[in-house]
Design a protein around this ligand. Structure first.
Ligand SMILES: [Zn+2]
Length: 466
């Protein structure tokens, strides 16, 4: 018997439920949770993994719809990426914590997830389906490449009877309903049944919210949910029904491309969270400041938030300025559209706090006073000439910012990347006065193309304090 039917309408805002007569009626007959919240980041697959496991993205290690893990760019919408790449990287676990389906399996019960969103999303709702715990069925029958089901016995059972074509606006949701009523409930006999509807999200991404297309979609989905829930309750009248969403939507008057942020999250969000948590004195102020940096604020602008007034600040940061040099041997400069290169660069510099605008790069590297960037030579391989500041406490970031810029200009003039070794704290304390620069900074003009000679990458020139 289906004890619980969980319906997730992807992208449904709480305020839009009033446009859905059936859901409104359902809410009036039942209980509404006003404090239900999505996870952060409020994206589809992080939310799906958290819904399945009860753990936040920092624990599930699904921090984005795409993520960078151990040299692989993983699209979590693709089951093959999830299983063959991510799961194998994590020692045969897709999520580091058991999901509801696995808990139920331990107690002899069964969860079946049926989804019309991406197949990866459906699998994240019941990752144990890969090992035969319950099932995950990606209800996208049209064009059989898109159809996905685990375990294999379920895939084989359904593969021969997929519909070829359909009429109407949301045929997959219709098919999912028929599948649930005609096959899943009678044959798979789940105790918990999850239906994830991806249609509204698609429509709202394409058309925005509060317009005719979105409103039509709300009506169509409402009608289909009435049919689904009525038909499920005909078979199992005592099923509890929960309707929720993974996140909402908002209209934006202008947008920021956050692809670079999403892709720069290190191997798993667990690592990212540790990185942030390990930064001494981390709090919401400083995390917000770092996000602002990634969105283009300068270190000088974020410095006040990194060291709020009255707080003793022990953390140190190395500011990095970079310029991409186009050479035949180097790839094109990374952009927000090229997450793989961005992530590689972030890994090379040992920081997710990286902002690139065209040919210019700026980064903050969390640093103990005596550390230096981990592998800047790799950044040079990608075509970046870099200048590093000395490690600076947050209040000194404006000075470090200027220092990094001077180091960058020297590096460009000499074309000997990387340009400077951040001095140790003791060296800084010894040099109370800045040394006289050996040469004036080179102009930031686009004349550096094929250098006749390139110094070895290990040739670091001293940083100019102050
Ligand atoms: Zn979503």
């Amino acid at each position: 018997m289906v004890s619980t039917l969980l319906v997730v309408v992807d992208g449904l805002r709480a305020t839009d439920v009033r446009k859905m007569p059936f859901l409104t009626q359902l809410a009036h007959r039942g209980v509404s949770y006003r404090q239900a919240r999505s996870v952060a980041p409020s994206l589809t697959r992080p939310a799906a993994a958290s819904l399945a496991s009860g753990a936040p993205p920092g624990v599930t290690g699904i921090p984005g719809n795409r993520l960078w893990a151990d040299g692989h760019l993983i699209d979590t919408g693709r089951p093959d990426h999830l299983v063959e790449l991510l799961r194998s990287l994590r020692g045969d676990r897709l999520l580091p914590v058991p999901a509801l389906g696995e808990h139920l399996a331990d107690h002899g019960h069964k969860l079946v997830a049926v989804g019309t969103g991406s197949n990866g999303c459906t699998l994240l709702l019941n990752p144990g389906a890969v090992d035969g715990h319950g099932a995950a069925i990606g209800a996208r029958p049209f064009g059989h490449d898109a159809f996905y089901a685990r375990p294999e016995s379920v895939r084989r059972r359904l593969a021969g009877s997929l519909p070829q074509a359909a009429d109407g606006p949301f045929p997959e949701l219709d098919w999912a309903t028929d599948l649930i009523v005609d096959y899943v409930i009678p044959e798979l006999a789940p105790d918990v049944l999850v239906l994830w509807s991806g249609e509204l999200d698609d429509v709202q991404h394409a058309n925005g919210v509060d317009g005719p297309a979105g409103d039509d979609a709300l009506s169509e989905i409402d009608r289909r949910l009435r049919r689904l829930i009525d038909r499920v309750r005909e078979q199992t009248p005592h099923t509890d029904v929960i309707v929720t969403a993974d996140h909402g939507f908002s209209n934006a008057t202008h947008t920021v491309d956050v692809a670079d942020i999403e892709s720069l999250i290190p191997p798993s969000l667990t690592d990212a969270v540790q990185l942030v948590d390990n930064a001494p004195g981390t709090d919401t102020h400083s995390v917000g400041a770092l996000v602002r940096l990634m969105l283009g604020a300068t270190p000088a602008q974020v410095a006040p938030a990194l060291a709020p007034a009255g707080r003793t600040s022990g953390e140190h940061w190395i500011v990095v300025h970079g310029r991409h040099i186009l050479r035949r041997s180097t790839p094109a400069p990374p952009t927000g559209d090229d997450p793989a290169q961005l992530a590689t660069l972030g890994t090379a510099l040992g920081t997710p706090y990286l902002y690139i605008d065209g040919l210019s790069l700026r980064a903050l590297i969390p640093s103990a006073p005596d550390t230096r960037p981990s592998a800047p030579a790799q950044a040079a391989d990608l075509g970046w000439i870099l200048g590093f500041s000395a490690p600076a406490a947050a209040p000194d970031l404006p000075r470090a910012d200027r220092q990094a810029e001077r180091a960058r200009q020297r590096a460009i003039a000499a074309d000997t990347p990387p340009s400077c070794t951040p001095p140790t704290r003791s060296a800084l304390m010894r040099s109370s006065r800045p040394p006289t620069p050996k040469s004036s900074p080179g102009p930031a003009s686009p004349r550096w193309t094929r250098p006749a000679h390139r110094a070895p990458r290990s040739s670091w020139t001293p940083c100019e304090p102050g």
